[in-house]
Design a protein around this ligand. Structure first.
Ligand SMILES: [Zn+2]
Length: 322
């Protein structure tokens, strides 16, 4: 992993986003502390095109991202000719898509289900679930080039393979961006590094399938949706948590408990140190529904599940420093 002199736009502030050079022209934009609404993005720059992999939750965070991308792209620019600008969304969640509208002149690309979800939900500003966020001026900018399974995007001669693994996982529309020439994969929220996985809007079983597909890429470098850049070991931790979740859900269904009751009596053991343990409640809503036969990605009562997470958190809004 290479660090460069411009790696720290925050000037030493540990909470500021960090530009991390992963390979020639390939960067991760890592946002500490990786908690609720504080995602990672990435970008690839070249003479003919600039590709963003996700935007950010807020106007301000996305403006910092755009500045970083423009600075990295400048040395490659051809005189008198602007590169094409493409934004890839790894899934529809607002921390990865809200900032689409801030990127000038972007062609926004994603799984077709991502387009449908962004159109359905718009920009959510949920009250009372999370601590207040300064969202800024945002308007929905849904992907308008979509695909179902695979799409290649080229930055000059560098191929970025966008892949959906055929199942709901973190959501119904997850896509990874795989750069085989460098062994780098941007996983979106299929992987949280140091954070509790979150599958309320997708599938536990499907996540395990998708994680197997990620592992088979045999990537050298993995950029998770949240948390520090890592290797494939983060895939293993995520899988272990999800199998623990399935066992916990199966017991809870057998004992006739609600997801909140089950969460309150669960000892998280080795997973207790993962950020945002309250996600267990939302995860149990999904895992218990699957035990009862729900299809991957089948709509659930998300508002009820989020309310249970707040209840699990002692009735307080969930910690969020976005
Ligand atoms: Zn997400």
């Amino acid at each position: 992993m290479t660090s460069t002199a411009h790696d720290d736009p925050g000037g030493g502030d540990p909470a500021a986003p960090r530009v991390q050079r992963l390979a020639e022209r390939v960067y991760a934009f890592v946002q500490p502390d990786g908690g609720w609404w504080i995602n990672n993005t990435g970008f690839v720059v070249g003479r003919e095109a600039v590709v963003y992999i996700d935007t950010c939750a807020t106007e301000q965070r996305t403006r910092v991202l755009v500045e970083a991308v423009e600075a990295a792209a400048r040395p490659y620019a051809a005189p008198g000719r602007a590169p094409a600008c493409i934004v890839v969304n790894t899934h529809h969640h607002g921390d990865h898509t809200n900032g689409n509208c801030i990127v000038p002149g972007a062609t926004v690309v994603a799984h077709d289900g991502c387009r449908q979800a962004v159109q359905a939900f718009g920009i959510l500003r949920p009250e009372g679930i999370w601590e207040p966020v300064a969202w800024g001026e945002l308007e929905p900018a849904a992907p308008f080039v979509t695909f179902e399974d695979r799409l290649n995007v080229y930055v000059d001669d560098l191929r970025i393979e966008l892949r959906h693994f055929g199942t709901a996982a973190h959501t119904t529309n997850d896509v990874v961006a795989w750069i085989p020439d460098h062994g780098i994969v941007f996983t979106g929220d299929l992987v949280f590094n140091g954070g509790t996985p979150f599958v309320l809007m997708g599938s536990v079983a499907g996540s395990l399938v998708a994680l197997d597909c990620v592992a088979q890429l045999d990537a050298a470098v993995l950029v998770p949706g949240h948390g520090d850049v890592c290797g494939v070991e983060a895939v293993d931790v995520t899988g272990e948590y999800l199998r623990f979740l399935q066992e916990t859900a199966s017991d809870a269904v057998r004992l006739g408990m609600t997801p909140l009751e089950a969460a309150r009596r669960t000892d998280l053991g080795p997973f207790a140190g993962l950020q945002h343990p309250e996600r267990l409640v939302g995860n149990l809503h999904r895992a218990m529904a699957e035990c009862a036969g729900a299809r991957p990605g089948e709509p659930l009562d998300i508002v009820a599940a989020l309310g249970d997470m707040v209840a699990f958190n002692g009735g307080r809004p969930l910690a969020c420093s976005a």
